[in-house]
Design a protein around this ligand. Structure first.
Ligand code: UDX
Length: 448
């Protein structure tokens, strides 16, 4: 019997998928509206395949949702902490308030031996602190223990990533915790065996388990910023970063994934994780080791400015010290989500660029197939269109900033008839350049 505390993106997906694997599961959140939605069979965010699994497992009776710590404490043998660890309002570190609250409230209500497993992305050292919290708040005679097991979900592929992970990492102190965690993942191993696959299991200490997650995200962010740095060089040298990426990617030591140059990375993980990682390394006296992540961050934000500059140039506007003046121009922004197949706009490059274009005076209209509702909440000052055609009507410039299939597959000939000026910035290098050029568009990609 498993519980997942925090039914955001991470916890809800895990709760639903582990019920699917055959466990009895309870999902907990303090947000009553969210719990009511989930209990009613509605996933509060966009994730392919998750709605069907939610409804099937609610119907099976293996899955339920609640807002009571007592119920959770009473029900489960293994409790997974899946609450958010956002960037602190002041500084770059992670805010652990939600971890603290959920752990202490749960621990105080436990009446039998249980394992509390951290899944949230946290600064190294948190697991030990959680252990101290548990020691302070749980009944000492129960033998409640703590473990850490990071997750590696990618939005848009989250169901697969939980059911068929490419590895499981557990940080444990005792054989009992190890055995409990193995039991709590047996469904994953059994599914793999049935499909003739193997899921590698790494059993390690707390610190390593915590570091694995941030190290993986730091590596991915660095890979993206590396190729975007190459894009900057290509832009001044007259090279084509897409050809460059393809050519270096054939070397299996480098690999071709996460080498897509464009407007850079965003989302709820990569940007905040590399900042929190630097802050923590600094606290530990190893700040120098991660100083390069500061550059990774800077390369990433420069990509956003690059689109603004390119837009000004294409529209024939000069840039002053305060940036370009785009007043009187109409710009259609295609994409608000931080990546396609997601409605997530957290730290989204697309939305940040749309806001910057508007701030520079342009009349900006944004369209996204899934993320408009969320975008409206974060950037209410922008104008939104409910269709691609509506967004493009009368535009002087089109900026494609999230590589949705709807944009990649759009017919440039037909779109050309809607706009006032056939200028396009392909912020994700996702359009078929010859096709757009042949349809009369002036095309600008990133790093080419
Ligand atoms: C990421 C990690 O991949 C995942 O393992 C971790 O658990 C959470 O953080 P996610 O935030 O869902 O997952 O997005 P991801 O697919 O990694 O993309 C992150 C950002 O990088 C997006 O904005 C995407 O557009 C951008 N990106 C990705 C690039 O700009 N170029 C690339 O080549 C790949």
């Amino acid at each position: 019997r498993l519980s997942f505390l925090g039914t955001g993106y991470l916890g809800a997906t895990y709760a639903i998928c582990f019920a699917e694997l055959g466990y009895e599961v309870v999902g907990f959140d303090v947000d009553e509206a969210k719990i009511a939605k989930l209990a009613g069979g509605q996933v509060p965010f966009h994730e392919p395949g998750l709605d069907e699994l939610l409804r099937a497992n609610l119907a099976s009776g293996r899955l339920r949702f609640c807002t009571s710590y007592e119920e959770v404490a009473d029900f489960a043998d293994v409790h997974f902490i899946c609450v958010g660890t956002p960037q602190r309002a002041e500084g770059m570190g992670a805010d652990l308030t939600f971890v603290e609250t959920s752990v202490t409230r749960l621990a105080a209500r436990l009446r039998r031996r249980a394992l509390i497993v951290g899944k949230s992305t946290v600064p190294v050292g948190t697991a030990e602190w959680v252990e101290q919290l548990v020691a302070r708040h749980a009944d000492a005679g129960l033998g409640v223990e703590v473990a850490w097991s990071p997750e590696f979900l990618q939005e848009g592929f989250a169901v697969e990533d939980v059911l068929r992970p490419n590895r499981i990492v557990v940080g444990v102190r005792t054989e009992w915790a190890n055995a409990m965690l193995y039991a709590a993942h047996k469904g994953v191993f059994d599914l793999a065996a049935a499909e003739d696959r193997e899921v590698p299991l790494v059993v390690t200490d707390f610190a390593t388990a915590e570091l694995v997650k941030v190290a993986a995200n730091a590596f991915l962010a660095t890979k993206i910023s590396f190729i975007n740095a190459m894009a900057e060089v290509c832009e001044v040298a007259g090279g084509d970063v897409t050809q460059l990426a393809k050519s270096i990617g054939y070397d299996p030591r480098i690999g071709n994934r996460f080498l897509q140059a464009g407007v850079g990375f965003g989302g709820g993980c990569l940007p905040k994780d590399i900042r929190a990682f630097q802050a923590r390394a600094q606290e530990l006296g190893a700040g120098e080791a991660l100083r390069f992540l500061h550059e990774v961050d800077l390369v990433n934000t420069r990509r956003r400015a690059r689109v603004l500059g390119l837009a000004a140039r294409l529209l024939g506007r000069r840039s002053g010290p305060a940036g370009p003046d785009l007043s009187g121009t109409r710009i259609a922004v295609l994409g608000a989500a931080f990546k396609p197949n997601s409605d997530d706009v957290r730290d989204s490059p697309a939305l940040a660029i749309a806001a910057a274009l508007a701030k520079a005076g342009a009349e900006v209209r944004v369209y996204d197939p899934q993320a408009i509702e969320n975008a409206r909440r974060v950037a209410p000052q922008l104008t939104y269109s409910l269709s691609l055609d509506g967004c493009l009507a009368g535009a002087d410039l089109v900026c494609v900033l999230t590589e949705w299939a709807e944009f990649r597959n759009a017919d440039p000939q037909a779109l050309g008839a809607l706009v006032a000026g056939k200028l396009v910035i392909d912020g994700r290098n996702c359009l078929d350049e010859p096709l757009w050029t042949a349809a009369g568009w002036t095309y600008r990609g990133m790093g080419r």
